[in-house]
Design a protein around this ligand. Structure first.
Ligand SMILES: Cc1ncc(C[n+]2csc(CCOP(=O)(O)OP(=O)(O)O)c2C)c(N)n1
Ligand SMILES: [Mg+2]
Length: 306
């Protein structure tokens, strides 16, 4: 088996795990076993998996968004801890106190403020620079986040101080129910180049391509220590959150991305028998972890959990 195929299998396992996890979350909502809301990343898996395959959390920081289940699972594979967190169980990664949008695991952090981790990430990059530490800071953000004032301020400072930050824009065509071009003046590349950041773009159709493309950028920033902005074009197949009937979607884009689903593309590069075994194993694993979480304890009121 060639190296390429081994890589496709490794990345496929992660993409499929994320897709099955998010589908299971939707099912749990329908059954009334999950409350509140969450933001799924069905369709966008190739970005999380391809980018994060390069990262080493023992030296790098990763910051996410409100839509970060995929980022967390690509980094850790910890289904039990994540679904526990969504359900407010004591066994969650932040003891059930953060919920879907406020995750913390080692050097991985998210919050629910649109683009809200970007100023924090530039601070982390600045700290690395001042302390002379190795590693880089990789930060996801959405196209909606690109129109927040504090995000622009933070990108400006990254450009001024030349911090070792890699900003990863997951441009999924929409922010909530609005098409990106209807709330964005000009082009993202022109904006970030205006701050002196190096800009790269890729349509994220092939997870192995995402991986290789990002690897080169990552290795360079690790060595040369300057801020880079990477835009991935991707697509969200699910609703923004749980009360979304997707009445705003553009049919042409739907058709294109469904015909070119990166998960299917990756699957097509792997022998059918391997796909069958991998999928069976992952589906069983996710089912079992969800079952275990249902039996896990809630924290006692007032209990000191940290
Ligand atoms: C400061 C702030 N304003 C508004 C919101 C409500 N909100 C949550 S997600 C979202 C859209 C974000 O769009 P984008 O950055 O493109 O990310 P996507 O949801 O597409 O992944 C908005 C407006 C928020 N969480 N924080
Ligand atoms: Mg978006």
């Amino acid at each position: 088996m060639d190296v390429d195929r081994t890589l496709y299998i490794r990345l496929y396992k992660k993409m499929f795990l994320i897709r099955v996890f998010e589908a299971k979350v939707e099912e749990m909502f329908r059954l009334g076993k999950l409350r509140g809301t969450t933001h799924g990343c069905i369709g966008q898996e190739a970005v999380a998996v391809g980018v994060l395959e390069n990262v080493d959390l023992s030296r790098d920081y990763v910051t996410g968004t409100h839509r970060s289940h995929g980022h967390f699972l690509a980094l850790t594979g910890k289904v039990f801890e994540l679904i526990s967190e969504l359900m407010g169980k004591k066994t969650g990664i932040v003891r059930g106190k953060g919920g879907s949008q406020h995750l913390h695991y080692g050097n991985f952090y998210t919050n629910g403020i649109t683009g809200g981790m970007i100023p924090v990430a530039v601070g982390l990059g600045m700290a690395k620079k001042l302390k002379g530490e190795e590693g880089v800071v990789i930060s996801f953000l959405g196209d909606g986040g690109m129109n927040e004032g504090y995000v622009m301020e933070a990108l400006n400072l990254a450009g001024v101080y030349k911090t070792p930050n890699i900003f990863v824009l997951e441009n999924n065509c929409y922010a909530m129910s609005t098409i990106t071009e209807n709330f964005t003046s000009g082009k993202f590349d022109e904006r970030v180049k205006g701050f002196g950041l190096e800009y790269h773009y890729l349509k994220a159709l092939d997870v192995v391509e995402v991986y290789g493309f990002f690897k080169k950028i990552y290795e360079r920033v690790r060595k040369e220590r300057y801020p880079v902005f990477v835009e991935f074009e991707t697509y969200r197949f699910c609703g923004h959150s749980k009360s979304d009937r997707r009445e705003y979607v553009v049919k042409e884009w739907e058709d294109f991305w469904h015909a070119n689903d990166p998960l299917e593309k990756c699957r097509s590069r792997i022998p059918a028998k391997v796909v069958e075994d991998v999928e069976k194993e992952i589906i069983n694993f996710v089912e079992e972890e969800f079952r275990r979480v249902l039996a896990a304890p809630y924290p006692d009121p007032g209990e000191d959990l940290f």
